[in-house]
Design a protein around this ligand. Structure first.
Ligand SMILES: [Zn+2]
Length: 119
């Protein structure tokens, strides 16, 4: 265990003792559980407040937004691979499978963009 971990755990324990609650959400930066201190959301590991957001539901969508770029990357990589497969694939059945998969990936990307542009 590093000093940093030890400090953040101590800080979390202190916060809990002073009436803070642990949230189910994780910090978008480091993945540590977030603490709710009064009306503020705090990450003991990053030692900073997480920008406050009206409701927990909104907080969730903000967390989703934080990881959107990471989600896009593998989808795009996969799409590229599939489009290469389509070029060489001769069997209709396989082509159908690939095409269906591509549609699903495109729908996923579209959803991601929807998240990104809302609010
Ligand atoms: Zn953090």
């Amino acid at each position: 265990m590093t000093d940093g971990d030890d400090t953040s755990i101590k800080k979390m324990a202190e916060l809990l003792r002073s009436g803070a609650t642990m949230l189910a959400q994780a910090c978008p930066q480091c993945g540590s559980p977030l603490m709710k201190v009064g009306d503020d959301i705090y990450c003991a590991s990053c030692d900073r407040r997480i920008v406050i957001i009206g409701s927990e539901e909104e907080a969730e969508s903000h967390t989703v937004k934080a990881i959107l770029p990471e989600l896009r990357e593998p989808l795009l990589t996969r799409l590229k691979k599939l489009s290469e497969m389509i070029e060489t694939e001769e069997r209709t059945e396989e082509l159908t499978k690939i095409a269906n998969l591509m549609v699903l990936l495109l729908q996923a990307l579209e959803k991601l963009d929807g998240f990104g542009s809302s609010h």
